[in-house]
Design a protein around this ligand. Structure first.
Ligand code: HEC
Ligand code: HEC
Length: 145
């Protein structure tokens, strides 16, 4: 009987984690990008997104079409692209591989189900500017701000 309060403490965080499937294992932390080429080449125009934020199929589709990357030309030499794709796929998370955007994944929309005007504020500008709201985003921390 003395064990009971202790067990309750363990059960609570597990329930909270269940909310975002992509993070079921890590809670609100995902391993940060530790691959030099990915940091450099994919951190030029926006933060280098962590591999766990998208499923493998989405990463493959993105890496297979860098010349038309959401309207930008993000082409890379084939060897560099292959190395980055390998890194992203190896650390990929869960989600719908038919969706290329993190911000279109169901778990993401669920976590960010608030007024769209919060994303257009001058200090945020875009949904993909994760670090505007999550100060530790580049280190993989997405706890509440
Ligand atoms: C030349 C600039 C540029 C480079 C380099 C670049 N991107 Fe992007 N990326 C963009 C733009 C522009 C968008 C769309 C931004 C928007 O919708 O606000 C985008 C969006 C994305 C998204 C979708 C974000 C979302 O959830 O809406 C992912 C994922 C992504 N990029 C991955 C990568 C990867 C991986 C690399 C490296 C191989 C890379 N990007 C390199 C410009 C770039
Ligand atoms: C306008 C501010 C804003 C932007 C931009 C934003 N987020 Fe969030 N995010 C939030 C808030 C607020 C919450 C907490 C929601 C809640 O408490 O229900 C959250 C929750 C999360 C969570 C769940 C954390 C947890 O506690 O389990 C993750 C993961 C996350 N965001 C990732 C991202 C990623 C990745 C991006 C960029 C592609 C991003 N966010 C962009 C405001 C933002």
């Amino acid at each position: 009987m003395a064990l009971r309060p202790h067990l309750l403490c363990l059960a609570l965080p597990l329930t909270l984690l269940a909310v975002s499937p992509a993070f079921a294992d890590e809670g609100e932390w995902v391993p940060p990008v530790r691959h030099a080429e990915t940091l450099k080449e994919c951190g030029e125009c926006h933060m280098a997104f962590q591999p766990a934020l998208l499923p493998a199929g989405s990463w493959r589709a993105i890496m297979g079409n860098l010349s038309d990357h959401f309207g930008e030309d993000a082409s890379l030499p084939a060897a560099t692209a292959a190395s980055i794709e390998h890194y992203l796929v190896a650390g990929a998370g869960r989600g719908d591989p038919a969706l290329l955007r993190i911000t279109e994944q169901r778990w993401w929309r669920h976590e960010h189900d608030f007024s769209p005007s919060r994303f257009t504020r001058p200090e945020v500008r875009s949904k993909i500017n994760c670090a505007a709201c999550h100060k530790g985003a580049d280190q993989g921390f997405y706890e509440d701000d």
